[in-house]
Each structure stands twice: as structure tokens, then as C-alpha cells.
Design a protein around this ligand. Structure first.
Ligand code: PEP
Ligand code: MN
Length: 362
């Protein structure tokens, strides 16, 4: 199913002069002093939008679940004193109502809420025709349709200042990340909706502060518009997500080491060079497809031979030989052996499928 989203240009709701735009602030608003001190330092390093968790979706009960309305009062005061904007997570219409009452500037829907269409629908309806920016975190499970569905529900209720936050996905296997990035899902989202701003949340992807720079850089290299990074005046003693929060000074260091690459080449000579290289890639890809066509013609001949000789389609000895020889050939050409192995798995599976189809027709 394909739809179009009616998306307001991002610079109508965020100052995009600084690239990328950065939202930063504590995982949780713990108390006034912590929130004020963090916000003040963030403002001093040029951050204009502060994030703060007011209601915390904790996996197990019995831990700190946020300060609720009390925190919104602190935010209102800090907004006035420091002249900064605030972004807050909402998970139900009551959260929405309170955020609107306290003048919150940007809302976001958390990963555990995006998974539930009932909750998203209720939030969307509670915001009907209210002109507030809202960002949607990816659902915790790797399901692009759910992510798109949440954006569509908001859009259908008249919200146009929408964007996505890529915060990584739960996987059954342990990885070096807290939540595996699975970049392809976010890239597919961007290809379906090129005007949709995408923000990367390296804090929740990494789960530790050491990897945040590299993941942020990767997001920028992929053309993400912004970053949302958790920061805290005293991360070690944070009440939630302590390992992944950074001090504002550490954040400044991360930002100053990021390389911002242009999306569109402005220099004419560079543009021509890029176009030439793309033409060359197009030609190589045409050749590649031509070679695949030849390979599949041979596969057909093999299928006919096997049919005449009463041989099975799948021959384990040949399967192993293919992997070994291709891996060695790729080594000689300095190609990534793992990549070539994966490629041959796909080719071999397609070849078996095509042979089986030919044999079944007869
Ligand atoms: C958060 O941003 O602190 C949070 C709870 O994130 P997520 O919904 O990505 O788990
Ligand atoms: Mn957090």
C-alpha cells in the first residue's frame, strides 16, 4: 500500500541554519536543578531545543517513571528563563493535553507507543488540527509499516510538521548496540518519503556514550537532517539511561568532530565529476545485469541436462565448491569475502528456484 504524506518543510518549524540540527537533554527530567543546569550548559554550546523525559516508559515496574506534570512546571520556567524550546515524549491524550497546557514546543512518540495503532490513533485525534511539530520514533520491532502507519495517522488528523526518529530496533540476538540500527529500514522510509525529516537517536541505538560519535557521523553521511542526543549534567548519576548520556561538554566535542557533507554538490566541476562517476556506475550495472542474464541462461541448460539424466536439482558438493572457489576469487580481487558469500547464496538460491520451475513444468 502506498500513500503520500503531506509534510511541511522542516524549516517552517526548526531552525535548520545549523546543520545538523541537534536536540539534546536528559533522558529524564529528574529535578529542577538537574534540568536547569543541563539546559543552561546546552544553551551555552548552542543547543536551541532541549529534550526531557517527563513520563518514562520503563521495561519493568518499580523504577523511576518520570515526574509528570511537576516536570512540565520546571520546563515552563526554564523555557522562559533561558529562551529555549523543549521537546517531550507523549504516550496518551492526557500527556498531550498537559504538554499543550504548558507550552511544549515539540512532541515525540516513543518506540513503545509507535507499536500500538490504538495509542497512536488516540494521540493523533487529541491533536486534531493543532499546529505542533511531532516526531515519531521507530517502533521497537523492525516493522517499517508500523512506523509509516503512525506518521499517516498523525497526518490524517491534520499534523503536517512531522518527522521520524530512528532509535534502533530490538533483536533476539545480542549485538554491540543496545538497539540495532538496521539502517536499511530508515533508508527505505526516506526513499518512500523524501521530504520527511529523519532524526537519528544515537543514544538509544548505542546504549553507551563511546559509540555516539560514529553513529551520528554515519547518520549524517546518510543524509539525516538531525540528531537527538541524551545529555545530563552528571551522567554517571542519572536516574535512567546513565551509560549513554553525555555531559554538554562531551556533546560539544562530539559535534565539533562531525563532518557535515553536502547533499547537493554546488560546485559545478564537482557536480560534473559526480555525474560522470554515476554514468560509469550505470554502465557497470548494465554489464552486471547482462552477465547475470548469461548465467541464468546457463542455469536453464543445466536444468535440462539434469532432467534428461534424472539428477537432483540441489547437489551439495557443487554448492560447497561454489562458495569455496568464489571466496578465493574474491580474495584475489580484494573484495569483501563475506559480501561475495552472501551474494552467491542469493544467486544460488535463485538458480535452484529457476531449475525447479523448469523441471516442474515438464
Ligand atoms: C527516550 O527517548 O528516553 C525513550 C524512552 O526512548 P525510546 O522510546 O526510543 O525507548
Ligand atoms: Mn532514554
Amino acid at each position: 500500500m502506498s500513500t503520500n504524506l503531506n509534510i511541511a518543510s522542516i524549516n517552517t518549524w526548526i531552525n535548520t541554519d545549523k546543520k545538523p540540527f541537534i536536540i539534546s537533554g536528559p533522558c529524564s527530567a529528574e529535578n529542577y536543578d538537574q534540568l536547569y543546569a543541563t539546559s543552561k550548559e546546552l544553551k551555552s554550546i548552542g543547543i536551541e531545543i532541549i529534550r526531557a523525559g517527563v513520563w518514562k516508559p520503563r521495561t519493568r515496574p518499580g523504577t523511576f517513571e518520570g515526574n509528570g506534570e511537576k516536570a512540565l512546571k520546571w520546563i515552563k520556567k526554564i523555557k522562559n528563563e533561558l529562551n529555549v524550546k523543549f521537546a517531550v515524549e507523549v504516550a496518551n491524550p492526557n500527556h498531550v493535553k498537559l504538554c499543550l497546557n504548558y507550552g511544549i514546543d515539540i512532541l515525540w512518540i516513543g518506540a513503545r507507543t509507535t507499536v500500538n495503532p490504538f495509542s497512536v490513533q488516540e494521540i493523533a485525534e487529541s491533536l486534531e488540527n493543532i499546529d505542533i511539530p511531532i516526531l515519531v520514533k521507530n517502533p521497537i520491532n523492525p516493522d517499517l509499516s508500523l512506523w509509516i502507519g503512525a506518521l499517516e495517522r498523525l497526518n490524517k488528523c491534520g499534523l503536517k510538521k512531522i518527522g521520524a526518529i530512528h532509535r534502533g530496533f530490538s533483536t533476539p540476538d545480542k549485538t554491540k548496540y543496545r538497539y540495532a540500527p538496521m539502517w536499511k529500514i530508515a533508508i527505505d522510509l526516506k526513499s518512500s518519503f523524501p521530504n520527511l525529516p529523519i532524526v537519528c537517536d544515537p543514544s538509544h541505538i548505542c546504549g553507551n556514550r563511546e559509540m555516539i560519535h560514529d553513529i551520528s557521523q554515519k547518520a549524517l553521511d546518510l543524509g539525516y537532517e538531525g540528531l537527538i542526543i541524551e545529555s545530563h549534567i552528571d551522567p554517571e548519576n542519572a536516574w535512567s539511561d546513565a551509560k549513554q548520556q553525555v555531559t554538554p561538554i562531551y556533546l560539544k566535542d562530539i559535534i565539533s568532530n562531525l563532518k557535515i557533507k553536502k547533499k547537493i554538490e554546488k560546485n559545478q566541476n564537482h557536480k560534473i565529476l559526480l555525474e560522470d562517476l554515476r554514468d560509469a556506475i550505470d554502465n557497470v550495472d548494465k554489464d552486471l545485469i547482462g552477465v547475470l542474464e548469461k548465467r541464468f541462461d546457463l542455469v536453464k541448460k543445466i536444468a535440462e541436462f539434469k532432467e534428461n539424466q534424472d539428477l537432483t536439482v540441489f547437489q551439495v558438493k557443487r554448492w560447497n565448491e561454489i562458495f569455496e572457489s568464489r571466496k578465493n576469487w574474491s580474495k584475489e580481487k580484494n573484495l569483501d569475502m563475506k559480501f561475495v558469500e552472501e551474494l552467491y547464496k542469493l544467486i544460488h538460491i535463485a538458480s535452484i528456484k529457476s531449475q525447479t520451475e523448469i523441471l516442474n513444468k515438464k
